[in-house]
Design a protein around this ligand. Structure first.
Ligand SMILES: Cc1cc2nc3c(=O)[nH]c(=O)nc-3n(C[C@H](O)[C@H](O)[C@H](O)COP(=O)(O)OP(=O)(O)OC[C@H]3O[C@@H](n4cnc5c(N)ncnc54)[C@H](O)[C@@H]3O)c2cc1C
Length: 503
């Protein structure tokens, strides 16, 4: 069922059992889980069904620290959220990613990979991925043209990736949501405030506003905030009527520990013998491929972060601009230079030289954060002040990943690895101008058992507030190497099961 909140009488009261705020990957996955249950679900989406400049403007942020993509351009503010332009690259987090590593400060999730496994499998169906299978031996058997590099798995292994079509959640699941009798989708329903009771132990209602000047209230038993990692933190911080620090922020942690994946060109691989490396190649339509990853034993020995290396023929890779240069200062993106390079890719070519690009987790850092700015948006909500900060561990780890891969391919006489200039000098902690992320936002309401160290508990519930849950990658404690959406959908399905049990 769909209602445009601009058409309701001003100051309407909307009531239900479960209120989900945000209809992107997390919010839609959550709503799908409740279809045909006896719960009345209110799904609040800030935007409509199409992109609108005025909606994007609500995301505009002050940005400081490490140069970053314009926040207002990269997260999309309408039904389907940022999946309206995501690329569909998916892989699972490794066991080590959930563990406490003594060389990675603030690491260690309150759940394990095993806890998430059944939900990863369910998430595969929503994201339209292939079989829940990440063992390279399985895929090498399926596809005889796949030939792995002769690396020692104890040091470097083939991490499997699967690719979504990519599923546009807003298009794929619109009918299911609209036709469900117990799901009440409200568009143009921007949550601007979460109102708690007097002792801030439970949420009573949320306020929704739109640019048409209407304002309404929504009451429910349980509230799930699924607005993406930056906006999740903003909403908690801006909801400060009952507690001036904001909700879930007694220990000044909401918004801190923002994490990205560093995704950048890092080295060249020169093979001893030209090869098409089909097992490692990607193009639109590819279902499965591998990236080289560093074993847990080697990560432990070198005390480095988890990261992988992807491949692109060097003559294409070296001509592609850095991702970070894709947007102009007004936040307008230009993909044409990438499209040109993509079209030139020919899988049958046997190349001698390949560009290696890193995908690496950012070390959790309390100073890398989302704060509130003094300026307000058109709905009266303080804008985001976004501050991205990197640490030396990321640079050290990146260098060691390529040294390790170089040693491995050299040992096997398969080729040589040449580090890019910025990685050659061991003591150099600076970052080149091309430094950038993968458009992945994580960690701003991190999970944990200890309220002094985290914002949400192992069930994604905000510590100390009985009926307030956060959905999405804001819960991530560490970022792992893979892109976040498969893991955030899995975590959301786990949360949906928890809420169903609870209600
Ligand atoms: C160019 C690009 C490529 C990407 N490629 C990949 C990839 O290959 N693999 C991968 O795993 N990830 C990728 N991502 C990241 C992926 O898009 C996100 O991880 C995912 O969309 C996050 O889901 P979400 O539901 O948390 O947030 P979103 O998808 O952003 O959804 C949030 C929703 O909440 C709504 N909302 C926000 N604030 C409010 C409010 N106050 N009130 C009501 N509603 C609100 C928004 O309108 C939106 O619909 C990519 C991102 C970009 C930008």
């Amino acid at each position: 069922m769909h209602i445009d909140a601009r058409n309701l009488d001003n100051n309407s009261l909307i009531e239900g059992d479960v209120c989900i705020v945000g209809a992107g990957a997390a919010g839609i996955s959550m709503a799908l889980e409740f279809i045909n249950t006896n719960q009345q679900v209110i799904l609040l989406e800030g935007g409509g069904f199409e992109p609108e400049a005025a909606m994007q403007e609500l995301y505009a942020a002050k940005q400081t620290g490490q140069r970053y993509f314009p926040i207002k351009a990269i997260r999309l503010h309408y039904f389907g959220g940022t999946t309206n332009h995501w690329s569909g690259f998916c892989s699972v987090f490794d066991e080590i990613d959930f563990e406490k590593r003594d060389w990675v400060p603030h690491s260690g999730w309150p759940i394990t990979r095993k806890d998430l496994d059944p939900f990863y499998e369910r998430a595969h169906k929503i994201i339209e991925l292939g079989p829940y299978e990440y063992d390279d031996a399985y895929w090498l058997k399926q596809q005889p043209s796949f030939k792995p590099l002769p690396v020692d798995k104890k040091v470097v292994w083939n991490k499997i990736w699967q690719f979504s079509p990519p599923t546009r959640f807003g298009l794929k699941y619109k009918d299911a949501i609209m036709n469900a009798k117990n799901i009440h989708l409200y568009t143009y329903a921007n949550v601007t405030d979460i109102k708690a009771n007097e002792n801030v132990s439970a949420v009573q209602e949320v306020t929704i506003k739109n640019l048409a000047g209407k304002q309404h209230r929504v009451k429910a038993k349980v509230f799930v905030i699924a607005c993406c990692a930056v906006q999740n933190a903003r909403l908690l911080l801006a909801s400060n009527q009952q507690n001036p620090k904001g909700l879930g922020n007694d220990n000044d942690l909401a918004g801190r520990f923002f994490m990205e994946h560093l995704e950048m060109k890092s080295a060249e691989l020169w093979l001893a013998k030209a090869d098409a490396l089909k097992f490692y190649m990607w193009n639109w339509g590819t279902k499965v491929r591998a990236e080289l990853a560093i074993s847990r034993a080697k990560q432990n020995e070198l005390k480095i972060l988890n990261g992988t290396a992807s491949f692109l023929p060097l003559d294409i890779g070296k001509n592609e601009p850095a991702w970070i240069d894709m947007y102009d200062e007004n936040g307008k993106g230009d993909l044409s230079k990438f499209d040109e390079a993509e079209k030139k890719r020919d899988f049958s070519n046997k190349d001698i030289a390949y560009q290696l690009s890193t995908r690496i987790e950012q070390s959790p850092n309390p100073n890398s954060r989302v704060m509130l700015d003094t300026e307000k948006d058109a709905l009266g909500v303080p804008r985001v002040h976004f501050h991205w900060e990197l640490l030396p561990l990321e640079k050290i780890s990146m260098r060691k990943i390529y040294e390790t891969i170089g040693q491995e391919v050299g040992r096997a006489s398969a080729g040589r690895v040449r580090l890019m200039e910025y990685l050659r000098e061991e003591k150099d902690e600076s970052w080149p101008a091309a430094t950038g992320g993968g458009w992945h936002h994580m960690g701003t309401t991190r999970m944990g058992d200890d309220p002094k160290q985290s914002v949400t508990n192992a069930n994604c519930k905000v510590h100390g507030i009985d009926n307030l849950y956060m959905a999405g990658s804001s819960n991530f404690v560490t970022a792992a190497a893979p892109n976040p959406t498969l893991t955030l959908v899995a975590l959301t399905l786990r949360l949906a099961d928890h809420i169903k049990r609870r209600i």
